[in-house]
Design a protein around this ligand. Structure first.
Ligand SMILES: [Zn+2]
Length: 259
Protein backbone atom coordinates (compact mmCIF):
# COMPACT_ATOMS: atom_id res chain seq x y z
CA UNK A 1 0.00 0.00 0.00
CA UNK A 2 1.20 3.50 -0.82
CA UNK A 3 2.06 5.68 2.19
CA UNK A 4 -0.73 8.02 3.21
CA UNK A 5 -1.57 10.51 5.91
CA UNK A 6 -4.90 11.78 7.12
CA UNK A 7 -5.92 15.37 6.46
CA UNK A 8 -6.02 16.13 10.21
CA UNK A 9 -2.72 14.45 11.01
CA UNK A 10 -0.93 16.46 8.32
CA UNK A 11 -2.46 19.72 9.55
CA UNK A 12 -1.56 18.93 13.14
CA UNK A 13 2.04 18.06 12.26
CA UNK A 14 2.54 21.13 10.02
CA UNK A 15 0.93 23.60 12.40
CA UNK A 16 2.78 22.37 15.48
CA UNK A 17 6.12 22.05 13.67
CA UNK A 18 5.79 25.58 12.24
CA UNK A 19 4.51 26.97 15.57
CA UNK A 20 1.67 28.92 13.99
CA UNK A 21 0.45 30.29 17.34
CA UNK A 22 3.57 32.45 17.61
CA UNK A 23 2.53 34.68 14.71
CA UNK A 24 0.00 37.45 14.12
CA UNK A 25 -0.39 36.97 10.38
CA UNK A 26 -2.33 38.55 7.49
CA UNK A 27 -3.97 35.25 6.57
CA UNK A 28 -5.07 32.00 8.23
CA UNK A 29 -2.21 29.48 8.61
CA UNK A 30 -3.17 25.83 8.29
CA UNK A 31 -5.85 23.96 6.33
CA UNK A 32 -7.59 26.73 4.37
CA UNK A 33 -9.82 24.53 2.21
CA UNK A 34 -10.92 21.08 3.33
CA UNK A 35 -10.69 18.25 0.80
CA UNK A 36 -10.57 14.45 0.89
CA UNK A 37 -9.75 12.67 4.15
CA UNK A 38 -6.65 10.71 3.03
CA UNK A 39 -3.58 12.20 1.36
CA UNK A 40 -1.19 10.16 -0.80
CA UNK A 41 0.36 12.86 -2.99
CA UNK A 42 1.02 16.54 -2.29
CA UNK A 43 1.82 19.29 -4.79
CA UNK A 44 3.81 22.17 -3.30
CA UNK A 45 4.25 25.66 -4.73
CA UNK A 46 4.87 29.29 -3.80
CA UNK A 47 1.36 30.61 -4.50
CA UNK A 48 -2.07 28.95 -4.77
CA UNK A 49 -2.73 30.40 -8.22
CA UNK A 50 -5.05 28.92 -10.84
CA UNK A 51 -2.01 27.53 -12.67
CA UNK A 52 -0.83 25.68 -9.56
CA UNK A 53 -4.33 24.26 -8.98
CA UNK A 54 -4.44 23.02 -12.60
CA UNK A 55 -0.99 21.44 -12.12
CA UNK A 56 -2.19 19.69 -8.95
CA UNK A 57 -5.32 18.39 -10.70
CA UNK A 58 -3.21 17.11 -13.63
CA UNK A 59 -0.98 15.24 -11.15
CA UNK A 60 -4.00 13.87 -9.25
CA UNK A 61 -2.75 15.41 -6.01
CA UNK A 62 -4.82 15.10 -2.84
CA UNK A 63 -3.40 18.27 -1.31
CA UNK A 64 -1.72 21.53 -2.26
CA UNK A 65 0.78 23.08 0.16
CA UNK A 66 1.81 26.70 -0.40
CA UNK A 67 3.46 29.74 1.15
CA UNK A 68 0.90 32.20 -0.27
CA UNK A 69 -2.62 30.89 0.28
CA UNK A 70 -5.94 32.73 0.24
CA UNK A 71 -8.24 34.81 2.48
CA UNK A 72 -5.87 37.74 3.10
CA UNK A 73 -6.78 40.45 5.56
CA UNK A 74 -8.43 43.46 3.85
CA UNK A 75 -9.24 41.55 0.65
CA UNK A 76 -12.80 41.53 -0.68
CA UNK A 77 -14.39 38.39 0.84
CA UNK A 78 -16.86 37.91 -2.03
CA UNK A 79 -16.34 34.78 -4.12
CA UNK A 80 -16.28 36.27 -7.61
CA UNK A 81 -14.17 36.19 -10.78
CA UNK A 82 -10.70 34.58 -10.42
CA UNK A 83 -11.40 33.73 -6.78
CA UNK A 84 -14.54 31.82 -7.80
CA UNK A 85 -12.63 29.94 -10.50
CA UNK A 86 -9.85 28.91 -8.10
CA UNK A 87 -12.21 27.84 -5.34
CA UNK A 88 -14.65 25.95 -7.57
CA UNK A 89 -11.76 24.05 -9.22
CA UNK A 90 -10.31 22.92 -5.90
CA UNK A 91 -13.71 22.06 -4.37
CA UNK A 92 -14.82 20.11 -7.45
CA UNK A 93 -11.70 17.92 -7.18
CA UNK A 94 -11.90 17.56 -3.37
CA UNK A 95 -8.28 18.79 -2.98
CA UNK A 96 -7.03 20.08 0.40
CA UNK A 97 -5.31 23.48 0.50
CA UNK A 98 -2.73 24.06 3.23
CA UNK A 99 -1.05 27.48 3.51
CA UNK A 100 1.70 28.71 5.82
CA UNK A 101 2.83 32.31 5.49
CA UNK A 102 4.98 33.95 8.22
CA UNK A 103 5.56 30.63 10.05
CA UNK A 104 7.20 29.32 6.87
CA UNK A 105 9.37 32.43 6.49
CA UNK A 106 10.62 32.07 10.04
CA UNK A 107 11.21 28.34 10.62
CA UNK A 108 14.89 27.92 11.66
CA UNK A 109 15.47 24.91 9.38
CA UNK A 110 12.86 24.76 6.60
CA UNK A 111 11.86 28.42 6.49
CA UNK A 112 12.40 30.64 3.45
CA UNK A 113 15.14 32.64 5.19
CA UNK A 114 17.02 29.56 6.38
CA UNK A 115 16.74 27.99 2.94
CA UNK A 116 17.80 31.15 1.08
CA UNK A 117 20.95 31.13 3.22
CA UNK A 118 21.53 27.47 2.29
CA UNK A 119 21.07 28.12 -1.45
CA UNK A 120 23.32 31.21 -1.30
CA UNK A 121 25.90 29.61 1.02
CA UNK A 122 25.53 32.49 3.50
CA UNK A 123 26.45 31.78 7.12
CA UNK A 124 23.74 32.88 9.57
CA UNK A 125 24.80 34.28 12.95
CA UNK A 126 23.97 31.67 15.59
CA UNK A 127 23.19 32.52 19.22
CA UNK A 128 24.69 30.52 22.13
CA UNK A 129 21.42 28.53 22.41
CA UNK A 130 21.84 27.35 18.80
CA UNK A 131 19.07 29.47 17.27
CA UNK A 132 19.75 31.98 14.48
CA UNK A 133 20.21 35.63 15.44
CA UNK A 134 17.38 37.68 14.02
CA UNK A 135 15.99 41.22 14.18
CA UNK A 136 13.10 43.38 12.98
CA UNK A 137 9.32 42.90 13.25
CA UNK A 138 8.44 39.32 14.33
CA UNK A 139 12.23 38.64 14.30
CA UNK A 140 11.91 37.86 10.60
CA UNK A 141 15.23 39.36 9.41
CA UNK A 142 18.27 37.09 9.50
CA UNK A 143 21.84 38.31 9.99
CA UNK A 144 25.06 36.72 8.80
CA UNK A 145 28.02 36.75 6.44
CA UNK A 146 28.37 36.10 2.69
CA UNK A 147 29.93 32.93 1.21
CA UNK A 148 33.21 34.81 0.80
CA UNK A 149 34.40 38.38 1.37
CA UNK A 150 33.01 39.99 -1.76
CA UNK A 151 31.76 43.29 -3.16
CA UNK A 152 28.16 44.35 -3.73
CA UNK A 153 28.67 43.68 -7.46
CA UNK A 154 30.06 40.18 -6.87
CA UNK A 155 27.28 39.37 -4.41
CA UNK A 156 24.67 40.47 -6.96
CA UNK A 157 26.24 38.31 -9.68
CA UNK A 158 26.25 35.34 -7.31
CA UNK A 159 22.56 35.93 -6.48
CA UNK A 160 21.71 36.14 -10.19
CA UNK A 161 23.49 32.83 -10.86
CA UNK A 162 22.12 30.86 -7.92
CA UNK A 163 18.52 32.15 -8.07
CA UNK A 164 18.37 32.36 -11.86
CA UNK A 165 17.12 35.93 -11.84
CA UNK A 166 18.83 39.32 -12.24
CA UNK A 167 18.44 41.34 -9.02
CA UNK A 168 17.82 45.10 -8.60
CA UNK A 169 20.79 46.76 -6.88
CA UNK A 170 20.96 50.07 -5.01
CA UNK A 171 24.50 50.75 -3.84
CA UNK A 172 28.10 51.10 -4.99
CA UNK A 173 29.12 47.93 -6.79
CA UNK A 174 32.75 47.98 -5.62
CA UNK A 175 31.97 48.35 -1.92
CA UNK A 176 32.93 45.35 0.24
CA UNK A 177 30.25 43.26 1.97
CA UNK A 178 31.24 41.82 5.33
CA UNK A 179 27.87 41.74 7.09
CA UNK A 180 24.51 40.83 5.55
CA UNK A 181 20.85 40.93 6.53
CA UNK A 182 18.09 39.23 4.57
CA UNK A 183 14.36 38.61 4.62
CA UNK A 184 12.58 36.88 1.73
CA UNK A 185 9.45 38.17 -0.03
CA UNK A 186 8.22 41.76 0.25
CA UNK A 187 10.24 42.83 3.31
CA UNK A 188 11.76 46.00 1.85
CA UNK A 189 9.71 47.99 4.40
CA UNK A 190 11.76 46.46 7.23
CA UNK A 191 15.04 47.85 5.91
CA UNK A 192 15.47 50.29 8.81
CA UNK A 193 15.90 47.32 11.18
CA UNK A 194 18.66 45.97 8.95
CA UNK A 195 20.31 49.42 8.87
CA UNK A 196 20.11 49.60 12.67
CA UNK A 197 21.85 46.21 12.85
CA UNK A 198 24.81 47.81 11.05
CA UNK A 199 25.04 45.53 8.01
CA UNK A 200 26.67 46.44 4.68
CA UNK A 201 23.82 45.07 2.56
CA UNK A 202 20.15 44.12 3.02
CA UNK A 203 18.55 41.62 0.67
CA UNK A 204 14.82 41.08 0.21
CA UNK A 205 12.53 40.17 -2.68
CA UNK A 206 10.78 43.31 -3.86
CA UNK A 207 11.66 47.00 -3.87
CA UNK A 208 9.62 50.19 -3.29
CA UNK A 209 10.33 53.80 -4.14
CA UNK A 210 11.41 54.75 -0.56
CA UNK A 211 13.84 51.79 -0.40
CA UNK A 212 16.11 53.51 -2.92
CA UNK A 213 16.42 56.68 -0.82
CA UNK A 214 16.96 54.77 2.41
CA UNK A 215 19.79 52.79 0.81
CA UNK A 216 21.40 55.91 -0.66
CA UNK A 217 21.11 57.92 2.55
CA UNK A 218 22.35 55.23 4.95
CA UNK A 219 25.09 53.66 2.80
CA UNK A 220 23.56 50.24 3.43
CA UNK A 221 23.20 48.67 -0.03
CA UNK A 222 19.87 47.10 -1.02
CA UNK A 223 19.38 44.12 -3.31
CA UNK A 224 15.89 43.18 -4.54
CA UNK A 225 16.40 39.55 -5.45
CA UNK A 226 12.80 38.70 -6.40
CA UNK A 227 9.78 37.87 -4.23
CA UNK A 228 9.14 34.56 -5.98
CA UNK A 229 12.83 33.80 -6.48
CA UNK A 230 13.62 34.17 -2.76
CA UNK A 231 10.55 32.22 -1.59
CA UNK A 232 10.83 29.07 -3.70
CA UNK A 233 12.94 27.12 -1.22
CA UNK A 234 11.03 26.97 2.09
CA UNK A 235 8.07 25.02 0.77
CA UNK A 236 10.42 22.61 -1.03
CA UNK A 237 12.31 21.94 2.19
CA UNK A 238 9.01 21.45 4.01
CA UNK A 239 7.92 18.98 1.31
CA UNK A 240 11.17 17.04 1.77
CA UNK A 241 10.53 16.97 5.53
CA UNK A 242 7.00 15.56 4.95
CA UNK A 243 8.44 12.87 2.66
CA UNK A 244 11.05 11.95 5.27
CA UNK A 245 8.53 11.90 8.11
CA UNK A 246 5.54 10.19 6.48
CA UNK A 247 6.76 8.78 3.14
CA UNK A 248 4.08 10.76 1.28
CA UNK A 249 5.55 12.11 -1.99
CA UNK A 250 5.61 15.90 -2.46
CA UNK A 251 6.08 17.40 -5.93
CA UNK A 252 7.21 21.02 -6.21
CA UNK A 253 5.70 22.85 -9.17
CA UNK A 254 7.42 26.12 -10.06
CA UNK A 255 4.99 28.59 -11.64
CA UNK A 256 7.44 31.27 -12.73
CA UNK A 257 6.83 34.85 -11.64
CA UNK A 258 9.00 37.81 -12.75
CA UNK A 259 8.38 39.73 -9.49
ZN1 LIG B 1 5.74 36.16 0.16
Amino acid sequence: MKPQISRQELEHWLSSTLQIDRFKDYCPNGLQVEGRAEIRHIVTGVTASQALIEAAIARQADAILVHHGWFWKNEDPCIRGPKHRRLSAILAQDINLYAYHLPLDAHPEWGNNAQLARVMDWTPDILPDGTPQRCGPDQLIWLGTPAWECTIGELSTDIAQRLGRKPIIVGELDRPVRRLAWCTGAAQGMMDAAVAAGVDCYISGEISEPTVHLARETGCAYIGAGHHATERYGVQALGAAIEAQFGVPCTFVDIDNPV
